[in-house]
Write a protein that binds this ligand. Sequence first.
Ligand code: AP5
Length: 212
Amino acid sequence: MRIVLFGPPGAGKGTQASLLSEKSGAGHISTGDALREAVANQTEVGLKAKSYMDKGELVPDEVVIAIAKDKLASTGDAGYILDGFPRTVAQAEALDKALEELGKPLEAVVNLQVDDDELVRRLSGRRVCPNCGEPYHLESKAPKVEGKCDVCGTDLVHRSDDQPEAIRNRLKVYSEKTSPVLGYYENRGILRNIPAVGSIQDIYGRIIQAVS
Ligand code: AP5
């Protein structure tokens, strides 16, 4: 499987990527998770990225392109699921070039479609594991033990960019800077639009159908 999971903040990219990776063995590459790890470890990249992320702005292209290329180079035969990358046309072009060099071309770009009211509901109720990145929701995907990650037992957190002002800005940034990437992939004939409202399992089934 060699796909991009595309969609606005809160569309369910991380949730579905985690399921797809578990079942197919493909590597889950989330630039958001990689950046949050860099912030937590206070690396040079993390210190640069933090101010952008807290406000819901995009981190500069050259920073995320370097992260994605590095992660892609270490994926095996089962392929990759890109989550949150590319987010600009420049990133999409850099991705094409990197994949050509690696001989691992994209098979499909799956666009998860969700309206803004539902996105705000999902992001406001989201809790995430700061250790393994697993996402939860207070109503639709509650952890088995309140406040603890089912996968690794770490205390769950409310992301700093899941506050109302940052959510509003992320939706605006998505519409202005990221949605034009859809046209790029539509022209290539590999875009698959998926209605992404309903149960997590139903949406998973729709993705499998769209990429097989
Ligand atoms: P990133 O971490 O990629 O955030 P995002 O794209 O805003 O996406 P989210 O993680 O918020 O949402 P998601 O679609 O993964 O949804 P999830 O599965 O969690 O990026 C964060 C920041 O990093 C960016 O703002 C930017 O600053 C920077 N960055 C990252 N990549 C970059 C790049 N390429 N270029 C530049 N900057 C970059 O689900 C959301 C919630 O909904 C959860 O609570 C979940 O349990 C729930 N949910 C999921 N599915 C369903 C369902 N079917 N029904 C009900 N609830 C559901």
